[in-house]
Design a protein around this ligand. Structure first.
Ligand code: CA
Length: 479
């Protein structure tokens, strides 16, 4: 009888864990893609038919925010469900060529259970493809941080053409360079260097397709984190893709457009692989950018002010789409703020697994709100804090209101419902609102630890010499 009960329970749990109950999750991240650079946000000169089809069949989050206006901290926020500042990570990890030792031992702190670790523990087959940038030491390698499979590179960026970067790498090896620039090192598969031959975006799309084909027959659901480094610099595109955009006069814009087009083609490949393996209906696809576009490198953030690195909207509001046939509404736009910090609790909810004991999360489970189109109740504003040399930029969003202090100037207040471009400061009309939101942000900031690493020796020496982060000045209303 006991054996029968055990068997029954085992079957019960096993069937509970099939893909039909829990979706596969494909999380596609672009690098530095501008808000205005996708068809579904009105791009006129870049075609993204595959992304537009996902947007049309799913939900577009028009106010989708990342946790930081540049790469590393944004990705750490996504992968931990916490503001990166909360564990000392408001800066990118230094590139190997900077010679800073943090790169040898730092990454997402081991005490922070990652999204991938949680999904892996919940029985998901997990894969990361593309750019990592979450720690290059053995302890922080993707295979140690919740991914059964990894294909890509560990640093913050990479050249795109193997026939161009390989000779540069070999030359440096020959010259005895110890810390070779990340952008030219060989790609790897689960810790072993591989000899890639394709344009990187196409290589990552190919590997994503391979992962889906391997994962689909398994009993377990799968989680694929496909992190393209495109269209991040260096601006390098294939001739075939460039020819599609031959009418664009600006060289950077033409190359950038071709790079985005290659990503779109890859998204189509992912969708086709899901359909071929009959997993499309059981798969939640999420698409977004890790931060705003760099407008000095061909990107366009549409109506948003500024771009990558900024606490204005162009820095941290990104294209964001959720797609899952028959499970979420199609053709819907959601205008209330959604943060990548919400992904962790939302995805664990869909995976029917609990939040790890003791895990602190800064976001909320959005699923009910998505399904019912009701406003989610968020207890805290969404914060953006970017340390610069000698001062800190800061912003907070709640409902339609945004307070913003950039470039060491006074706090401003914007109503984003009427002023998406943040051009009309309403702080004098609503001083109480400014005071209240600044106070909330100050309370949060004061509890943050010192950075565990800096992205360059210059930033580190500035931090130390000017006694950063200067919160007294940052949160002084009348300064
Ligand atoms: Ca980025």
């Amino acid at each position: 009888m006991i054996r029968f009960l055990r068997t029954f329970l085992f079957i019960g749990i096993a069937s509970f864990a099939t893909a039909a109950d829990r979706p596969n999750i494909v999380l596609i991240l672009c690098d530095d893609l501008g808000y205005g650079d996708v068809g579904f946000h009105g791009a006129q000169d870049i075609q993204t038919p595959q992304l537009d089809a996902l947007a049309e069949g799913g939900i577009i989050c028009t106010s989708g925010y990342v946790a930081h206006p540049f790469c590393g901290p944004s990705r750490m926020g996504l992968m931990t469900g916490r503001y990166p500042h909360a564990f000392g990570a408001p800066f990118n990890l230094p590139g190997a060529h900077h010679g800073m030792t943090a790169v040898d031992h730092e990454g997402i702190p081991e005490g922070e259970t990652t999204l991938s670790e949680s999904l892996q523990q919940a029985g998901y087959h997990t894969g990361a493809i593309g750019k990592w940038h979450l720690g290059a030491s053995p302890a922080h390698h993707p295979n140690q941080r919740g991914f059964d499979h990894f294909y890509g590179f560990l640093g913050g960026g990479h050249q795109y053409f193997p026939e161009e970067y390989r000779p540069l790498y070999e030359k440096r090896v020959k010259a005895g360079v110890k810390r070779i620039h990340d952008y030219v090192t060989p790609l790897e598969c689960n810790g072993k260097a591989v000899r890639e031959s394709e344009y990187l975006t196409d290589a990552f799309s190919r590997e994503a397709e391979r992962f889906i084909r391997d994962a689909a027959p398994k009993e377990q659901p799968f989680f694929l984190y496909l992190a393209y480094n495109a269209p991040h610099s260096p601006l390098e595109a294939k001739e075939d893709d460039l020819s599609i955009f031959a009418s664009l006069a600006d060289d950077d814009r033409r190359t950038y457009a071709a790079m985005v087009y290659a990503v779109d083609r890859g998204v189509g490949r992912v969708v086709d692989a899901l359909k071929d393996t009959k997993t499309y209906e059981d798969t939640l696809i999420i698409f977004l950018s890790d931060n705003g576009g760099n407008e000095s490198l061909g990107a366009d953030n549409g109506a948003l002010r500024e771009g990558k690195g900024s606490v204005f909207e162009g820095g941290h509001r990104v294209p964001m789409v959720f797609h899952w046939p028959d499970h979420i509404p199609s053709g819907r736009k959601i205008d209330y703020p959604v943060s990548t910090l919400d992904f962790y609790p939302t995805l664990l909810g869909l995976a029917k697994t609990s939040i790890p004991r003791g895990k602190v999360l800064d976001g909320i489970d959005l699923w009910e709100a998505f399904l019912t189109d009701r406003l989610p109740s968020r207890t805290s504003p969404i914060f953006t804090l970017r340390h610069r040399l000698g001062y800190s930029d800061a912003a907070a969003r709640r409902d339609q209101w945004k307070i913003c202090r950039a470039y060491d100037t006074k706090w401003k207040l914007y109503n984003l419902d009427h002023d998406l471009s943040e051009s009309r400061d309403l702080s004098h009309q609503h001083p109480e609102r400014v005071r209240e939101m600044v106070a909330l942000m100050e309370r949060w900031s004061r509890g943050l630890p010192e950075p565990r690493w800096f992205d360059s020796p210059e930033v580190q020496s500035n931090w130390e010499e000017t006694a950063m982060p200067h919160y007294d000045e940052t949160f002084e209303i009348n300064r």
